[in-house]
Structures are given as C-alpha cells and as structure tokens.
Design a protein around this ligand. Structure first.
Ligand code: HEM
Ligand code: SF4
Ligand code: SF4
Length: 355
C-alpha cells in the first residue's frame, strides 16, 4: 500500500485523536480514539469503516486554510481506494479497472459484443423465447464461470484484508452485528441521526442513505429473482420467459425499478458533491459503476417490457452484456465495496465486543 497516503491519514488521525470534537459522529471515531499509535492495520480498518458522509469535514475547525489542513473523509477515501487495489486479485486487473470509467465502459461494450457474436454463432437452435436467441447451454457456459471467478477473487481479497487488519476469529454475533448495521446503513445517517452532508455543507439529508438502500435492496431482489428463475428451470422444468404474476417477475420488476431510481439519485448527488472530499482519482470509476448498475437494471426492465417484440434479441444482448460485465468487474470496481465494508463492520463488531 502507498506509504504517503497512509502517512497523511496517520497525521490527520493523530490530530483527531487529540481534538475529539467529532466523538459521536460515526463508528470511525470510537475506533480511532482507542488507538495511541496508528499502525497501517488500524488505518486500513478506519478507512473501510468510514462511510464518507463528510459530517466531520464540515464540522471541523482545522480544515484549510488552517495550517493543519484537515480533510479526514478524503484521507480515508484515498487509503480505502488504495487498499482495494492492493488486496485485489489478480492485481493488474484491479489497477486497470478501479480508477478508470473508460475501462469499465470498454469492458461493457465487449460484453455486448460477446453476446452478439454468440447469438450469431449459436442462435436459432430450436429453443423458445430467449433460448431461441441464445441456447440455454450457451448461457450457462458464459455465466457460470463469470459468476464463480469473481467469488474466488473476492474471497482471496477478503482474506488479505482480514490479515492486513489483524482480524480475529469471526463469531456469529460479529456477523449479525455487521449485517444489522449494513441493513440500516447506520453510518450514513449522520452522527445525530438527521442525515449526512454528502451533497451540501448546510443540508442534512437522508437522500444518499435512502437511495443507497433502494439500490442495495433492489439489487438483492433482482438477484433473488434470477436465483428463483434458475431453480424453476432446473427443479420444476419451467423455463423462461415467465408471466407477470410469476415469482421471478414479482421480485425482479420492483427490484429493477428500485435500482433504476436509486442509481439516478446517487449519480445526481455525486455530480453535486465536492469531489475533493473523496478520492478524486477514483471519481470516474465510481461514476461508471453507478451507471453500469443503472444499465443492468434498465435493460432488464426493457426486456420485460419488449420481450415479445422484434427488438427482443437486441435488448437481450444489451441486458446479458451488461450483466456479464457487471459480474466480471465485481472484484475490480466499486462493487467490491460491499464486501470490504461488511468485513470492516465485522472487524468493528469484534473491537466493540473486546472493549
Ligand atoms: C453489503 C453491504 C454494503 C455496504 C455496507 C455498503 C456501503 C456503502 C457506503 C458506505 C457507500 C458510500 C460511501 C462510498 O461511496 O463508498 C456506498 C456507496 C454505494 N453503494 Fe454500497 N454498500 C453495500 C452494498 C451495496 C450493494 C449490494 C450495492 C448494489 C449492488 C451497492 C451500491 C452502491 C452504490 C451505487 C454506491 C454509490 C457509489 C458512489 O456514489 O460512488 N452497495 N455503499
Ligand atoms: S475532524 Fe476536525 S473537528 Fe473532527 S475530530 Fe478531527 S480535528 Fe477535530
Ligand atoms: S466522513 Fe463521516 S463516516 Fe467518515 S469519518 Fe467523517 S463523520 Fe465518520
């Protein structure tokens, strides 16, 4: 990991430790106040615990032009970004994708191209509905490795994170604690529960937290919809497409709508917010990730709407192409944040239990 970024985070954490004004703002400060010297392990954990709500920056009396030049959200965002790059496996892929929106866009276009080519080479093999365009066996051959590889890659990265932050043996209570915090996205509610200042100094709002919840729960509903569809296909011999009142659609349509609405709001907030309170070099890659999520959801909804028309093959290629890119890029884009942040919450639950 880059020592200059760690050194800057260390300098600022030491000032915060002496000041203690932001004591009740979020989970970062209680963890920070327990340390006297900040090791790389401490700083990596603090960085992944920070939710970038920016409350501490706007409350701070030591920001520029003060000579201390405090900007804790930025210092932690840069260490966080750097930690994801150094834990990712295989590392060169991470360096390409994590900061670059252009690389994400190229990978997405490649995903479309793979599907268009597969349609032409393998299509019209006598199946029905979507499978007339691309046989089921071809879909499985493309998506199974694309789903399993990211899981393996993320598992390697999380192990590295755990070792780098001196994590102890995980208990069920730690995990329950972490999931309940993530489920409510507690740390994005602002220190006093009246919202965070992400997009504007003077405005406390829950917009970012609620739109994140919309995207996160929307994504989980879509994932559940695909899983139910897979089970119906293999266990009940009921292949897609499904009717409007079937379980895959009852889960997938609200999920897609939540994701579309949530990503639009998150992208708007991101445009309004000050880039310099995050990791400015990662902004393009983060925005590309939000847009890729939007594309996955929006193309899925269009496929529901136009599944029985002549544009269906094109819609299917766009949807499957964006889903393929999304899965393959998961370990190397902002999507990895969900895993690291859960790990940081588990680690924080261990700290609280020990204290
Ligand atoms: C598993 C637990 C998760 C946690 C604890 C979590 C936490 C966070 C936090 C703290 C942020 C704001 C700070 C930052 O920009 O890094 C964020 C941003 C975001 N998260 Fe999550 N997240 C989780 C899962 C998910 C999932 C499953 C999705 C969707 C698939 C998702 C989509 C997003 C998006 C789109 C952003 C905005 C990115 C941006 O503004 O740059 N998150 N998440
Ligand atoms: S961010 Fe500023 S006000 Fe808050 S604890 Fe640190 S130095 Fe003090
Ligand atoms: S930006 Fe928000 S979450 Fe991060 S340290 Fe400051 S108050 Fe805590």
């Amino acid at each position: 990991m880059q020592t200059d970024l760690l050194q800057e985070a260390r300098r600022q954490s030491e000032i915060c430790n002496a000041c203690r004004y932001c004591e009740g703002y979020c989970s970062v400060f209680p963890a920070l106040h327990e340390e006297r010297f900040f090791t790389d392990a401490n700083l990596t954990q603090l960085a992944n615990l920070c939710h970038n709500c920016r409350g501490c920056y706007y409350a701070c009396q030591y920001t520029a032009p003060h000579e201390f030049d405090l900007n804790l959200p930025k210092a932690l965002a840069e260490v966080r970004q750097d930690s994801w790059e150094s834990f990712a496996w295989p590392a060169p892929l991470a360096r390409w994708f994590q900061k670059s929106g252009v690389m994400i866009a190229l990978a997405t276009i490649l995903g479309f191209a793979v599907h268009f080519l597969a349609f032409r080479a393998l299509g019209s093999s006598g199946g029905e509905g979507f499978y007339a365009v691309l046989p089921h066996s071809a879909m499985v051959a493309i998506f199974l490795p694309a789903f399993l590889f990211p899981l393996l890659s993320i598992a390697v990265s999380l192990r590295r994170y755990w070792q780098a932050t001196d994590g102890a043996r995980v208990t069920v209570t730690n995990v329950v604690d972490a999931f309940s915090s993530a489920a409510k996205m507690k740390n994005l509610a602002g220190g006093h529960g009246d919202g965070c200042n992400f997009e504007d100094e003077d405005r406390f709002s829950h917009t970012r937290r609620l739109s994140h919840q919309a995207v996160m729960y929307g994504f989980l509903l879509c994932f559940a919809s695909t899983s139910v569809g897979t089970l119906m296909h293999y266990l009940l011999d009921l292949p897609a497409p499904y009717s409007l009142w079937s379980l895959p659609k009852l889960l997938g349509i609200p999920g897609g709508i939540l994701m579309v609405a949530g990503t639009v709001v998150l992208a708007t907030l991101k445009l309004k917010a000050d880039k310099n309170l995050g990791a400015p070099s990662a902004w393009g890659g983060e925005m590309a990730f939000v847009l890729l999520l939007f594309l996955v959801a929006f193309s899925g909804l269009l496929l529901y709407a136009f599944g029985n028309t002549a544009v269906m093959p094109a819609m299917l290629a766009i949807h499957l192409g964006s889903v393929l890119s999304f899965f393959l890029l998961t370990p190397y884009t902002k999507m990895a944040h969900g895993f690291y942040r859960l790990a940081a919450l588990v680690r924080d639950a261990q700290r609280k239990a020990a204290g």
